[in-house]
Design a protein around this ligand. Structure first.
Ligand code: M6R
Length: 610
């Protein structure tokens, strides 16, 4: 949600900031803005994409300084207007603020500041921060930021510059990510490494309540009371390279990430599967190996696509490790009064590691005595820092707003965790070894599915004008059906419902009319016959059946209008294959309908607000 980038150094800030904003645009893209100190503080803002801002800046004077900052917005408080776009300027000292997060006590602060004579021009919570810093400014920007943030409740990552101190950039964080890249006499600060990696090889992440004062000569890290703090974690090498965050020959990041899945799975499982010994080696869990032997219950919590992966994790844990497991929307779990018994592990599943509800749910569970585990992609993210242990996905940066390779990575990691736990209980080394063999074959099988891409596009083309779709599956592939529906909804804006196939008869069957597309995941498995009956129920009502089925299944072709094939695979691993044609369908539907696949309306990549 919202991307921020700030620069201080010896280069022109403007092009560098615009480039960074483009890389961060997937975090929010309803408006954008930039501030540069070029003698005085100058600000430009525009509704729409960063490219609109860039056009607006062409030929404009006053933006040639070597210190500046920019913002790409996903609106929370206040509509999508130029006035509400960041940066927000104060009314006294020539200072400006960019912000990612939500200030909860902004209304009370605004009244206080209005009483002090400040005049507001926007409806945002961020403008309150700039006015508060202004009110407390006595010639020391760092001190004013610290004092202001002592009054603020809520979440923030902010950057502040002031024309009275043109050689100082102050940044701070609580609850929203912020990373400082260190170059040669220059610093670039951003919401995530993608905006930094082209300019800095080393970086450090801010902890909550850290305030960093940066000049061209160095930086100082303090807390809100001006006590110096040591960095945790310390300065590290950035581990991503430019190719990972560039499109290459692909048209969209979502397409690139769908195609990256074979390699992403190889990276995810690499070094973790020991087929010879029949065991799974998860370094991230070794410190709590003893506690895991006493595990009595697993609660998997997440949102969106990550929740669908978690639901598959639940099936895996119960089926293969015989551990009682449940899944919870993090947003519900955190506000219920959940009973957390002794021996419970809560597993937070999240690509970004920044989802506000998932972070809060994990926190809540931990307070209640649960062991906190993470299945996270972004190393060093807020959730990963809150966990006792965890396993990273290692699938590389995911930039498309619609999650794809993170989903397969999440399911793969949950499968490995299950095998790790199962080996401590009922799974023999031979059984584990067999399953490892099947896991190792998955990337090749996904490559075979990707070869059908043209066929998936042609099938999608037949139904793309239809406004209502159903996605149906059973067992392990009920969550896959939910994921197929979510993918279609979020990027093509087609209404789609996912559900367990058997649930259809309890109401949704009334929706089926002539030609309505119903996508069935009908791979070979324990519930194959049942799914076949459900398919016939749809056919009897003149719905169009599109089946995702196992290669070599001749029977399905008699009942489904269209079949998308997946290679044979043991049922517990089948979601990692069955989801791929569904991702491709959603992708093609969005392209055929002319939508901006990587920047679907109203969405942002990570939801760092409630
Ligand atoms: O970063 P996270 O995995 O925690 O994000 C959770 C959801 O917001 C995310 O999966 C969302 O549903 C995706 N846009 C779906 O494609």
């Amino acid at each position: 949600m919202c991307g921020i980038v700030a620069y201080i150094g010896h280069k022109q800030a403007r092009p560098l900031i615009l480039e960074g904003l483009k890389r961060l645009e997937y975090r929010g893209y309803d408006s954008a803005g930039i501030a540069v100190i070029d003698g005085s503080l100058n600000i430009a803002r525009a509704v729409g994409r960063v490219s609109v801002l860039e056009e607006q800046l062409e030929g404009r004077r006053g933006f040639s300084g070597t210190i500046g900052m920019g913002h790409t917005r996903w609106a929370t408080h206040g509509g999508v207007t130029e006035v509400n776009a960041h940066p927000h300027r104060d009314d006294r000292h020539g200072l400006a603020v960019i912000h990612n997060g939500i200030i909860e006590n902004y209304a009370a602060l605004k009244t206080y500041l209005q009483d002090k004579g400040h005049t507001f021009s926007s409806q945002t919570d961020t403008e309150v921060i700039s006015m508060l810093i202004s009110e407390l400014y006595e010639g020391d920007l760092e001190a004013a930021v610290q004092a202001a943030l002592r009054e603020v409740t809520g979440a923030y990552a902010i950057a502040v510059i002031c024309e009275k101190e043109p050689d100082t950039l102050v940044v701070a964080r609580k609850g929203s990510p912020l990373i400082v890249g260190i170059g040669d006499g220059e610093y670039i600060v951003a919401s995530d490494p993608s905006a930094i990696v082209a300019h800095a090889a080393q970086a450090f992440t801010l902890d909550d309540y850290n305030v960093v004062k940066i000049t061209r000569d160095g930086f100082r890290t303090s807390n809100l009371h001006n006590a110096q703090v040591t960095l945790n974690p310390k300065i590290e090498q950035l581990e991503i390279d430019l190719a990972q965050i560039e499109l290459g020959h692909y048209r969209h990041f979502m397409q690139k990430e769908i195609y990256e899945q074979p390699q992403a799975l190889r990276n995810c499982c690499g070094g973790r599967l020991d087929r010879k010994e029949g065991r799974v080696v998860l370094g991230g869990l070794s410190s709590i190996s003893k506690e895991l032997s006493k595990l009595r219950r697993v609660v998997l919590t997440a949102q969106g696509t990550a929740l669908h992966a978690a639901m598959i994790g639940r099936y895996l844990m119960e089926d293969l490790a015989k551990i009682p497991a449940q899944t919870e929307y993090a947003s519900e779990f955190r506000y219920r009064n959940p009973v957390v018994e002794e021996g419970t592990a809560v597993v937070a599943v999240s690509q970004s590691g920044e989802t506000a509800d998932t972070l809060a749910a994990l926190h809540e569970a931990r307070e209640r005595g649960a062991m906190a585990l993470g299945v996270i992609n972004v190393v060093g993210s807020s959730i990963s820092r809150e966990t006792d242990a965890g396993v990273y996905l290692r699938v590389g940066p995911e930039i498309g707003v619609a999650s794809t390779k993170a989903f397969t990575g999440q399911v793969a990691v949950l499968t490995m965790i299950t095998m790790f736990l199962a080996r401590k209980r009922y799974m023999s080394a031979d059984q584990c070894s067999d399953l490892i063999g099947e896991m190792e074959a998955l990337p090749g099988k996904i490559e075979r599915i990707l070869e059908q891409d043209d066929r998936v596009r042609r099938v999608t083309e037949k139904y793309v004008e239809r406004e209502n779709w159903l996605f149906l599956g059973r067992g392990y592939n009920y969550p896959t059906a939910l994921e197929g529906a979510l993918k279609l909804k979020e990027i093509s804006y087609i209404h789609a419902e996912g559900m367990p196939a058997a649930e259809m008869k309890h109401g949704p069957i009334a929706l089926i009319n002539e030609g309505m597309p119903a996508v069935f995941i009908a791979n070979r498995g324990r519930q194959y016959e049942k799914v076949m009956s459900n398919i016939q129920e749809v056919r009897a009502r003149k719905g169009h059946v599109i089946a995702v089925a196992t290669e070599g299944d001749d029977r399905i072709t008699k009942y489904a209008e269209d079949v998308l094939w997946i290679p044979d695979v043991p049922e517990p691993l089948s979601p990692m294959l069955a989801v791929v044609p569904l991702q491709l369908m959603a992708y093609h539907a969005a392209v055929l309908r002319g939508h901006d696949v990587d920047k679907p309306r109203n969405l942002a990549k990570s939801v760092t607000v409630e």
